[in-house]
Write a protein that binds this ligand. Structure first.
Ligand SMILES: Nc1nc2c(ncn2[C@@H]2O[C@H](COP(=O)(O)OP(=O)(O)OP(=O)(O)O)[C@@H](O)[C@H]2O)c(=O)[nH]1
Ligand SMILES: [Mg+2]
Length: 449
């Protein structure tokens, strides 16, 4: 997500290199580039206008410290404006209501409502230990109810069996009754989608909401639907008093226009991002982090969080402490990182979050996954001493390691180079980011309240 925007913003900022100070001229010039970048990313026009004006005011104002280079100053300004356009602080997902918390998911056909219902259930179960009941009110598409039932079983949520012949409102009411009786923490109500926004769809969603008095009415929208998504969001927002938006298929969206527009267009915050088809591919939305990601600073924190959630907290913490304590990052550490990447569902899930220079730009995800497996094999072919002290690996050892792993010498060279880069990065991380990361590991999940 945002790849294209990241590239263009990077270029606009790079053009400032060598300039002494921000001036009216070079601000105007750079913001012209930024404007084009935003428009190409399919950000809604009014949002682009506000953004550029705010950035211009900030850049011309007194906020720019003289000690910063123009590029740095502008990154700071763009970062602030991006955070603001993305909604400021993380909206969070309020869990502090008298149970059952009722969540209603609405949206157009194929937006990802049913998938998201299961993802949300999984997130509530695994990160908050909630008891979750799922119900589908989609009686139009014959397979819809079965689809949710299967997904519920996968994420170990309970499923409310739909009484034969019942209407959507009656189903929702019966499910709420069951959620109360069964002392569930959360009831998630999936609804039917329609190809276009129409009165009947709205009326049905509203009637279901009246029956269950949902605490959260979330609009599920496909990031790739562009301006159509925004129009639908506006229509739903008007009728249903949405509390927030879940943006799905962010993994397939290279432009990010909807993410950057939806807050201003609907006034509702993005609460989660859907980043894949699997039930764990859901991320709480944090404007601060997303803004960093857009500017290409990468998001090491999100990466570690996702590692933590999906696998091995102890390991991430051990590594963070080791590096923070001034110990060297060695090949054994790299191997365990690669192993975690592999277990997390492969590089494709992770690439988005890495700083752009690390992510191996332009590589297809499955090619990257193959490379991860090969890198692990190469590290396995090293001796323990070599893993600790890579300088021991001379030419003939490189050939042996390559042979042992079924790889080429160039692959080993590349791995060594990459390792050096990572070691350098770990050193840089030793200050602020790492401490933040350690705090995050102790403090649980910042997206939830
Ligand atoms: N890549 C990707 N695919 C997704 C994501 N969310 C949903 N999908 C896919 O989108 C398709 C539609 O998802 P559903 O959950 O059935 O959508 P729906 O809104 O319930 O559709 P209707 O019930 O027909 O209105 C499925 O193939 C999902 O796997 C996501 O975040 N990323
Ligand atoms: Mg559905």
């Amino acid at each position: 997500m945002f790849d294209q925007l990241t590239g263009r913003l990077g270029k606009a900022i790079a053009a400032l290199r060598g300039r002494g100070r921000l001036s009216e001229d070079n601000i105007a010039e750079t913001l012209r580039e930024v404007r084009i970048a935003l428009l190409e990313a399919d950000v809604a026009l009014p949002v682009v206008k506000t953004f550029i004006e705010a950035a211009r005011t900030r850049a011309l104002g007194a906020e720019v410290a003289a000690s910063l280079s123009p590029g740095q100053a502008l990154i700071g300004i763009l970062h602030k404006e991006l955070v603001s356009v993305l909604g400021g602080s993380a909206a969070g997902f309020a869990l502090n209501v008298t149970p059952p918390l009722v969540v209603l998911l609405a949206g157009l056909q194929g937006a990802g409502k049913t998938t998201t219902a299961a993802k949300l259930a999984r997130w509530l179960i695994t990160t908050h230990r909630k008891r979750v009941l799922l119900v589908s009110t989609d009686i139009r598409r014959p397979a819809a109810i079965l689809q949710l039932e299967r997904l519920a079983a996968q994420v170990q949520a309970d499923f409310f069996p739909v009484p034969a012949g019942a209407a959507p409102v009656a189903i929702a009411a019966a499910a709420l009754e069951q959620a109360r009786r069964g002392v569930y923490d959360v009831l998630i109500v999936d609804t039917a989608g329609r190809l276009h926004v129409d009165a009947e769809l709205m009326a049905e969603a509203q009637a279901i909401d009246n029956a269950v008095a949902a605490h959260q009415r979330l609009f599920v929208v496909d990031a790739m639907a562009g301006q159509d998504a925004l129009n639908a969001a506006k229509a739903f927002s008007a009728t249903l008093e949405l509390t927030g938006v879940i943006l799905t298929k962010a993994d397939g969206d290279a432009r990010g226009g909807v993410a950057l527009s939806v807050r201003q267009v609907t006034g509702k915050p993005i609460v989660f991002l859907g980043v894949g088809e699997k039930s764990e591919a859901l991320e709480p939305f944090d404007p601060e982090r997303v803004a960093q990601r857009i500017l290409g600073m990468g998001d090491v924190v999100a990466l570690v969080e996702s590692v933590q959630r999906n696998i091995d907290t102890g390991e991430a913490e051990r590594l963070a402490r080791k590096v923070a304590g001034g110990k060297r990052f060695d090949f054994t550490d790299l191997r365990s990182q690669l192993e975690q990447v592999r277990r997390m569902g492969g590089m494709s899930a992770v690439m988005d979050k890495l700083p752009s220079q690390m992510a191996g730009k332009g590589m297809a995800p499955d090619q990257a996954d193959l490379q991860v497996r090969r890198q692990i094999a190469m590290i396995d072919s090293m001796t323990p001493g070599e893993r600790r002290t890579p300088a021991l690996i001379d030419g003939s050892r490189r050939r042996r390691i390559a042979r042992g792993a079924g790889a080429q010498v160039q692959d080993v060279n590349r791995l060594l180079k990459q390792f050096q880069d990572m070691q350098r990065m770990m050193k840089q991380l030793k200050g602020g980011p790492l401490r933040r990361l350690l705090g995050g590991l102790k403090g649980g999940f910042p997206g939830a309240t």
